[in-house]
Design a protein around this ligand. Structure first.
Ligand SMILES: Cc1cc2nc3c(=O)[nH]c(=O)nc-3n(C[C@H](O)[C@H](O)[C@H](O)COP(=O)(O)OP(=O)(O)OC[C@H]3O[C@@H](n4cnc5c(N)ncnc54)[C@H](O)[C@@H]3O)c2cc1C
Length: 284
């Protein structure tokens, strides 16, 4: 339980953090995911670059009708933001469920996304909200849609020399409803399966309907929902039941000591139905 030796650099700015990157360095923000890996020696970086205190990486700002969130913003800071609750209640709803008070006080949204645990709660939210992530290295910045960011269990498109600096959220359609439903593993609180949904209406018909899963497969993913857009609000209940069944077709579900593949599929269909119905009920 004692990590291997490493150098420690407490960066004073993003530029200094990027300059400190070496062959086997790693960034550390809140340390909630990284420290257990170090202690188990599943990760043995030669240098830790501490970015946890960088004010440049913090903050929640309006950008038109959308929002920009600094990657170093803690879950607690997310929960304290009225702007975030007003514009993206889905993020607040999910954040309240993450870990416990200690985890939310120190863990950062960027650290959680970069870690890419296949059962983490925030990734499916980023998928349905169609977020874009800003990645920065010494060579410059690039923007990557959340929908292209997650590559597999604990794998993303982030290069070792890149820092996730900002999360950009486009405006939701006016009156859109959102919901997150997860069935949690009792001890850890991680999702056995979770589903996030966005539903918008125009002229009493569904004009947008999106659903993403976590915990179900190797990586969070956006489901295909044939024929749901265009359905009349009044008749949408039956259609939601159908598409929730179809949404898991062809998925290779995870299987572990906590849940069999069959059980995960069952939970996924339930979560999908409840998340879509919940989002529809909140849409105006
Ligand atoms: C007891 C406990 C319960 C938890 N329960 C839940 C839960 O219910 N649901 C859930 O979703 N999660 C849960 N988590 C996970 C938690 O959300 C993450 O541990 C936390 O968000 C990671 O953020 P951090 O700032 O601590 O990252 P760190 O541990 O510092 O870093 C994690 C990884 O991301 C990299 N990294 C960090 N910041 C950046 C950045 N800006 N750019 C590039 N790479 C970066 C690091 O190099 C490292 O590889 C739990 C964790 C604990 C310890």
């Amino acid at each position: 339980m004692i990590p291997a030796a490493f150098d420690y650099v407490r960066a004073k700015s993003v530029a200094e953090a990027l300059k400190a990157v070496g062959k086997d360095s790693k960034f550390i923000a809140g340390g909630h995911s990284l420290l257990p890996l170090l202690k188990l020696r599943l990760a043995q970086p030669g240098r830790l670059i501490d970015i946890g205190h960088l004010s440049q990486l913090k903050g929640i700002k309006a950008a038109g009708s959308g929002l920009r969130i600094g990657a170093g913003t803690t879950y607690r800071e997310l929960l304290e933001s009225k702007l975030l609750r007003d514009r993206y209640p889905l993020i607040a709803e999910v954040t309240e469920r993450i870990g416990d008070l200690q985890v939310r006080n120190v863990g950062t949204i960027g650290g959680g996304l970069a870690h890419a645990d296949p059962a983490a709660d925030m990734p499916p939210v980023m998928l349905v909200l169609d977020a874009t992530f800003v990645l920065q290295s010494k060579g410059g910045k690039r923007s990557v849609p959340a929908r292209k960011f997650f590559r597999g269990p604990f794998a993303t498109v982030l290069k070792p020399n890149e820092l996730l600096t900002e999360i950009r959220l486009p405006a939701l359609p006016r009156g859109a409803g959102t919901a997150y439903v997860s069935f949690d593993q009792a001890a850890s609180g991680y999702a056995l399966v979770g589903a996030a949904a966005v539903v918008a209406l125009a002229k009493a018909k569904l004009s947008r309907a999106e659903l993403a899963f976590t915990g179900l497969a190797d990586t969070p993913f956006l489901a295909t929902l044939p024929r749901l857009v265009g359905t009349a609000r009044d008749g949408a209940g039956d259609m939601i039941t159908q598409v929730a069944g179809a949404a898991v077709a062809g998925v290779e579900p995870n299987e572990d000591i906590h849940a069999s593949a069959e059980y995960r599929i069952h939970l996924a269909q339930l979560a999908a139905r409840r998340a879509l119905a919940g989002a529809l009920a909140r849409a105006t």
